[in-house]
Ligand binder design. Sequence first.
Ligand SMILES: *Cc1c(COP(=O)(O)O)cnc(C)c1O
Length: 383
Amino acid sequence: MSDGPDIATVLASVLADDGGSMTPPIVQTSLFAFDNYAAFEARMAGDTDTAIYTRVQNPTVAAFEGLMAQAEEGEAAVGFASGMAAISSTLLAFVKPGDRIACIEHAYPDTYRFFERMLRPFGVQIDYHPARAFEDDPDLLNGVAIAYLESPSSVVFTPMNLARVAEHATRHGTVTMIDNSWASPVFQRPLTLGIDIVLHSASKYISGHSDTVAGVVVSSHAHIARIRDLTLPLLGAKLAPFEAFLLTRGLRTLKVRMMQHQATADLFVDRLAAVPQVRRINSPGANAVPGLTGRSGLMSIEFDDTVDIPAFADAFTHFRLGVSWGGFESLVLPARVALAQAGEHNSLQAFGVSPNLVRLNLGLEDPEDLWADFESALSASLT
Ligand SMILES: *Cc1c(COP(=O)(O)O)cnc(C)c1O
């Protein structure tokens, strides 16, 4: 990632006159009026490219999209109302009945539900494979329309060699998509490794402050044009100007925040290795796979049976209990809460996640305060 998003350049490209503003104005309008009939007709005919209606185009949103394209080294980007809107709108722009999708095991739980509850009933076949199979089996993607990837995966954070998977995919004509929310463009830029489409829940590190829900897709001009032509206007899950403003603000501090998340995560990984109750630490760091250059603050650990997990969860003072991640505040999410989630197609149940697994979102508080909190919660929970 370049040292700082070049806000001035991006603003100048989307706003006729930014008036010297350091930040994008929030262009809070539904429609954009035309000066005369000829301009209106020319725009509708596609001869010009000015904004018509905020469902598909808005300057504040375009400023954020321009910065994301730059951060991920893509040609273009499109914002959405949530990470799930970005994921579902992208999949629906590329899939058709009868297609086969190969998906990573331990995909984000609602992505798994989208496959099982919405795409499968429409005649799409979905198979789930471990990261290893995507890397090592050169024929896994034979006849597969879409490879849906996360590296690292959700829940157990298994990383994969994306460049190798992209090579296999190219040979089979498979479109590759990756959810890059965990690493952010600071630690991994999948397009530079040969992946076709990058998806983000911008609700996490890109926003960085637990104050917005949003999503974004970055890819080539052609792929983004297809999404803009089909699912952005027709499903209509657009990014709002105010959310885009918050995300632009988040991007300015993304790199320094990621460095601090990494420092705290490194400290935890070092010290967790000496904790006797910890059976396994799931936290890939720099160079765990080629192209991954850092460790984010989201990890999971598996305890042995001596830890009373509900008591552990209740014993923290800094860490709060909750879903989501990527903001200032540290959070604990015990897998057994997710395993208990009501409703069909629970991915943690489907992929056999241990009830002794706990996810930690290490935030931006003092690392020593966080470690002291972890240690005292653990000692309060030993049975
Ligand atoms: C949160 C999350 C999503 C979904 O994003 P929303 O903004 O909540 O819709 C997708 N993928 C991953 C890895 C996530 O953590």
